[in-house]
Design a protein around this ligand. Sequence first.
Ligand SMILES: [Zn+2]
Length: 412
Amino acid sequence: MLISYKYRAYPDATAEARLNTALDTCRWLYNKLLEECTTAREAGIAPTMRGMQARIVTLKEENPFLKGVYSKVLQMVNHTLWSNLRALSQTKKRGRTIGKLRFKSASRYRTLNYNQSGFKIDRGHSSITFSKIGTVPFKMHRTYSGEVKGVLITRSGDRWYVIIQAERGASESKREGRSVGIDVGLNAFAVGSDGAVIENPRFYEHSLDRIRKLQQSIARKQRFSKNWKKTKRKLEEAYEHITNQKNDFLHKLSRQYVDTYATICVEDLNITYLTENGKSRGLRRSIHSASWGRFYSYLSYKAESAGTNLIKVDPRNTTQMCANCGSIVKKDLSVRVHDCPYCGFVADRDYNAAVNIHRMGMEQPLEPVEMQSISQPGKSSISRAVEPIPLHHVSVMQVLAMKQEAPPESAG
Ligand SMILES: [Zn+2]
């Protein structure tokens, strides 16, 4: 797991001038590659990341400034572009109407990404030497740990920051097995840090016609008559059916998470309710929160019996924080895409939150799972593992179908 540590940096005038030139050059490259990708697509040619990588070499003849930037930094510009394109197409697949990837203006392109190489950290002197830039001192207000995988240097107004990305090794990892962070939301029922987008169940909406008809029928009948009682019973059954479907959905979904993961991180809903977290607090939210509460309690007791860790994290900033660099990127409820101006990370809003929840949960010390009193534990079922592919849609029907397709019949 990659952890980012952000520090204030103090480049001297020479280094700052070089940084600004390098930023301008990288921005030019980003926009140039984006433009060429778009042109190629319009001509019916599918551009590839590798092809664009090769294009950087020939572009160096067109723009001599490119030679003044460390080559791996240029590669990362292309890398960022492609990860942004992927994030955008995934959000589109979820049915969101969003525009094309936009060209970066100077104010939105502020980060140089030194990945794996081209930098040397001097911990003793609190400075980092960047290839083609020079030595930049920084204020190490807290120490970092783990194997350093890369360093970002980013501008915010007239301030500079370095972001050290370190990998926490297996020996430092607190827990064994796979882990996941889950963000419950309004648009999707849940989004996992594994990329699973669980559709919101709409059982009530689906039964609404039938319920309305029964209500009208009751209104026309004489109170306490035989037919009135019969129709009223039908209405009660319709409501029961909705409750059962909902519970079935929540049981199967929680079962799948518990069977798949050794550690599950979620937001603490009790705290969510008291804090503004970019989520609406109106009626829609309160209707959903009942389902979330039940989902959590099912997760909790299933986790307890399966030996899975359920970790609740403080929900503050899980939506606003950039999962890639830790910067706070303010966004209101209507903003569906997290687009970080500090590091260039673009992702679905809820996916960004799920990754934050996952990371925060894994950083917390392990606490015993709270036992919740549940009258009717769901029957256990074997469920399919969630594939770790970023953002794949899971429909309500798929969740409900889990039990049926689980245990294979033994032949003869
Ligand atoms: Zn960021």
